[in-house]
Design a protein. Structure first.
Length: 275
């Protein structure tokens, strides 16, 4: 079973997706299940995990509706107002949806203090009772704060998006690599091999330029806690869907057959309780 553990859908609206700059102008259109289904069929992907792109309950409910209508959508990482007083009722309602597997907040857009906030941490502490993971979307500079945050929730499952966004365009490996190793000492944390090409120079990246970051993530988490993700359609600004899958497969070629199965699907199935 091959799982794409990270992608997005959207009905494009320039006000809602202001982060899509001129260097990503090809993304200024709708990306919907029919578009992704063509990509995954061509690439030999069996299922996907759909991840929120806007911080609204409306989008979470929309993604869950898509998942009900499309069997290849195996899980949803939604957004809920974790720091709000009424989060208990929101979680109780949404957790009835079998395909809601995790939630995330766009922490990369927040100061480190947000991760230390009592309200936010109270919300995160409620996820485990509903069997939900938490996706960590951070920049590499936020890893120290993220480690402190994770340590407040030792029983909670976490998934690091995009290998914590190392500074690939600048060619910097440290201190990202050492900090990722430190985070990976927590056995309740998984990591996605996704989003790398869009942290690189869109036009000038090469497979060798990505190699230190693949190797750093593998050294930190090992193949049993790494998972493949496309970050489609964002990846399309720098790399077509099928090419990214082939790059990850070439990177994993030196692993055992069981380790490759984990990386390409088994880890995502475990982390998100897909089956």
């Amino acid at each position: 079973m091959i799982i794409d553990a990270h992608h997005h859908f959207w009905n494009y609206d320039p006000a809602a997706y202001g982060w899509i700059g001129d260097d990503m102008r090809t993304l200024r259109r709708d990306f919907l299940p029919r578009d992704l289904e063509r990509e995954i069929r061509g690439a030999g992907i069996d299922g996907v995990v759909s991840v929120q792109a806007r911080q609204s309950l409306e989008e979470t409910e929309w993604l869950l509706g898509l998942a009900r209508r499309h069997d290849f959508i195996q899980g949803v990482v939604g957004w809920v107002p974790l720091a709000a007083d009424g989060v208990d009722d929101v979680l109780a309602t949404l957790a009835r949806e079998p395909k809601l597997k995790a939630v995330r907040h766009v922490l990369q857009g927040e100061p480190d203090e947000y991760m230390r906030g009592d309200g936010f941490n109270r919300g995160v502490a409620k996820l485990r009772a509903h069997g939900l993971a938490y996706d960590l979307l951070i920049y590499e500079r936020q890893l120290p704060a993220a480690i402190e945050f994770v340590d407040r929730h030792p029983g909670q499952s976490f998934v690091v998006d995009h290998a914590a966004k190392p500074r690939i365009k600048a060619g910097e490996v440290e201190p990202w690599r050492s900090r990722l190793v430190d985070l990976a000492r927590r056995p309740n944390v998984y990591c996605k091999l996704s989003g790398m090409v869009t942290e690189a120079d869109f036009a000038a990246w090469t497979e060798p330029s990505l190699s230190p970051y693949f190797e750093g993530a593998l050294a930190a988490f090992g193949p049993r806690r790494l998972m493949f993700g496309s970050d489609w359609p964002v990846c399309e600004a720098a790399c077509p869907y099928g090419r990214w899958k082939r790059i990850v497969e070439r990177f994993a070629a030196g692993l055992s057959a069981d380790e490759r199965r984990r990386l390409m699907g088994g880890t995502a199935i475990e982390a998100y309780k897909l089956y």
